[in-house]
Design a protein around this ligand. Structure first.
Ligand code: AMP
Length: 145
């Protein structure tokens, strides 16, 4: 049995497992909700990061919070999608990681969220770390792949 073999994850940083910013679907603060919903539905993701005009991370936005905005008493009020903006619906209460954070820091944060945003010291968006990437690494460690 290979119990002495060091876990590969012990030496990994968030940067090694994250999806880089240029491959991450995002929306901007000043987009109307109809654009955000389009991005979410077309990408198939339930939530994506929200950036400001200088590509700094501000929070996330998800399908449920958008649909909550347009739910009326009897029907969906779809016309509101062009009248309400991402900045009014954004979730800013999100935890973040830095590229230099450890695998264990990442594991800790994806317990509560399917993905966590990665930003630098000035708040510029670097990418996301997904629960899937962490789980795949744990599988590699477990089976010494
Ligand atoms: P996954 O682990 O691939 O199922 O992704 C979990 C969540 O992370 C998705 O539901 C999205 O909210 C987010 N996500 C994953 N990949 C991307 C991407 N390329 N662009 C934007 N969001 C993503």
């Amino acid at each position: 049995m290979d119990t002495m073999k060091a876990r590969q994850s012990a030496g990994l940083k968030v940067a090694d497992l994250m999806i880089a910013a240029e491959k991450v679907a995002h929306v901007q603060l000043n987009n109307p909700l109809e654009h955000a919903l389009l991005v979410l539905v077309k990408s198939g993701y339930s939530a994506v990061p929200v950036l400001d005009g200088s590509y700094k991370l501000v929070g996330t936005i998800g399908k449920t919070s958008i649909l909550n905005q347009i739910i009326g008493l009897e029907h969906f009020e779809g016309e509101k999608l062009s009248q309400i903006y991402v900045r009014e619906v954004i979730n800013t209460d999100v935890s973040t990681l830095k590229k230099d954070d450890t695998f264990m820091d990442g594991l800790d944060k994806v317990i509560n969220d399917p993905f966590v945003c990665v930003a630098d010291g000035e708040g510029y968006f670097d990418g996301i770390l997904t629960r899937r990437a962490i789980l795949k690494q744990i599988k590699r460690d477990t089976y010494h792949e």
